[in-house]
Design a protein around this ligand. Structure first.
Ligand code: PLP
Length: 440
């Protein structure tokens, strides 16, 4: 209550902005994830790791656009690249040479032969699934309960199903995430719990020759941060190989967060298809899907269709190339590891000195504070996380100028290439201050 009142008193301009927006935009926002109680912060500007709201409050940004800004805001290399390109045409709808430079950059980092580009994570997970369906000639797919892969119909299934609709743990029901998703589509999206190989095996046994692919976020980053257990991803790889299905790693987040080669490198597993978005664009809407030549030949042979007016927009490609070459570098990842370790150590020290039932999970640049006594393995366990404590944490932090991710669903922080140890100090000082209130 106290933290909420403080938030309300510090952010009256955001409340006013929301009031103005509501008549013209559902919930007053442009994306449902931006809506929260009592009102979202409306942003004035941002640079580096700092972001300002309409009332002039300054925050150190650890949300970074839901993890899409490993480069931080306005990274000089990205700004320069875009500025240089800006006067040479902003859309051609024709091929240009930045395209294959960036495709090559991706294939150097990930075990893939060919790439096609898009503008959002949603777009590329949709194309990856379609490609898998076209390649295998099968319609069904497997996704994990609670996983988020964007907003197209095939994956808007069992996103965060209500417990009363979700079915048994080992046999989750296929639940449309919202109205408007056709049941005909839902029935082709089979659901398993993350970390449950037996369930995946059973789905293949019950649907012989019908499953085109498994789409999985190798580390689930939409239920805090949830790690795959040893052997799980390898197991999915083996099952797909045996069953003639394709393994899609949705690396929209992990692709830039875990290191140069994303989850494929981190876990040393070769997926058949990967999807990339968010941080690869350095703040611009860049997305990509990549696969072996034999899979991508489906597109080359006009058997599977892919197109897009905004694909390889030259400004976006310039931003992407600068991001890969000058931001997502080995030195950059070493820096992120140092900052991330300092933050996690600090959290653990504070937690050790209190009786708060919580733990920190960290994978590369992403970390989460989960208010639960033991490590969660899947969506069902994550549902037991204490949301009220999380809310106290979030409002407590924001009131002290530290912006964690404004949803308890996702990771709570992303460490960018430009965060400093001073930013970590401020983050940890805020957490130390709020910890006694959380403990009560
Ligand atoms: N896949 C994953 C793993 C994501 O986290 C997201 C977005 O949060 C998406 C896909 C969808 O990306 P976008 O919001 O760019 O459509």
């Amino acid at each position: 209550e106290k933290e909420l009142a403080t938030y309300e008193s510090r952010t009256p301009s955001s409340r006013e902005a929301l009031k103005k927006a509501q008549p013209r935009m559902p919930l007053g926002v442009a994306s449902n994830f931006r809506s929260y109680e009592p009102w979202p912060l409306y942003i004035k500007d941002a640079k580096g790791t700092h972001i300002h709201d309409l009332d002039g409050n300054e925050y150190i940004d650890f949300n970074l656009c839901f993890g899409a800004l490993m480069a931080g805001h306005c990274h000089p290399a990205v700004v320069r690249a875009v500025q240089e390109r800006l006067e040479t045409g902003t859309m051609y709808g024709m091929p240009h040479t930045l395209e294959f430079d960036l495709a090559d950059e991706i294939c150097q980092r990930f075990p893939m032969d060919q790439v096609r580009f898009g503008s959002s994570g949603t777009e590329v997970t949709m194309h990856a699934i379609r490609l898998a369906r076209g390649f295998t000639g099968r319609d069904k797919i497997i996704k994990m309960e609670g996983a988020y892969h964007g907003v197209h119909d095939s994956v808007l299934v069992s996103m965060k199903p209500k417990p009363e609709l979700a079915g048994p743990d080992d046999r989750p029901t296929q639940v449309p995430a919202a109205s408007g998703v056709p049941m005909d589509t839902v029935k082709n999206t089979l659901i398993a719990q993350f970390n449950d190989l037996a369930a995946v095996q059973r789905l293949f046994a019950e649907n012989p020759g019908q499953i085109a692919c498994i789409i999985v976020e190798p580390i689930m980053m939409n239920i805090g941060v949830c790690m795959p257990e040893e052997g799980y991803l390898e197991g999915l790889r083996d099952i797909c190989t045996r069953e003639g299905a394709l393994l899609i790693f949705d690396e929209v987040k992990t692709g830039a967060k875990l290191g140069r080669g994303g989850a494929c490198e981190y876990f040393n597993i070769k997926a058949d298809l990967i999807t990339l978005a968010k941080s690869i664009g350095g703040g611009f809407p860049l997305a990509a899907f990549a696969a072996s030549k034999s899979v991508m030949d489906m597109i080359a042979q006009h058997k599977v269709f892919h197109a897009g007016t905004y694909a390889t927009n030259p400004l976006v490609m310039a931003a992407g190339l600068a991001t890969f070459r000058e931001v997502l570098t080995p030195d950059g990842y070493a820096h992120v590891a140092k900052i991330s370790d300092a933050l996690v150590d600090g959290y653990n020290q504070v937690l050790k000195s209190t009786s708060i039932e919580a733990y920190v999970e960290c994978a590369g640049a992403n970390g989460a504070l989960l208010f639960y006594p033991k490590r969660i393995r899947n969506f069902r366990e994550w549902q037991k996380v204490d949301i009220n404590l999380w809310k106290l944490y979030w409002f407590g932090m924001i009131n002290q100028g530290v912006m964690a991710q404004p949803y308890w669903w996702d990771e709570q922080w992303t460490i960018s290439m430009v965060h400093s140890l001073a930013d970590v100090d401020q983050h940890l000082t805020a957490f130390e201050k709020i910890a006694p209130a959380i403990e009560q």
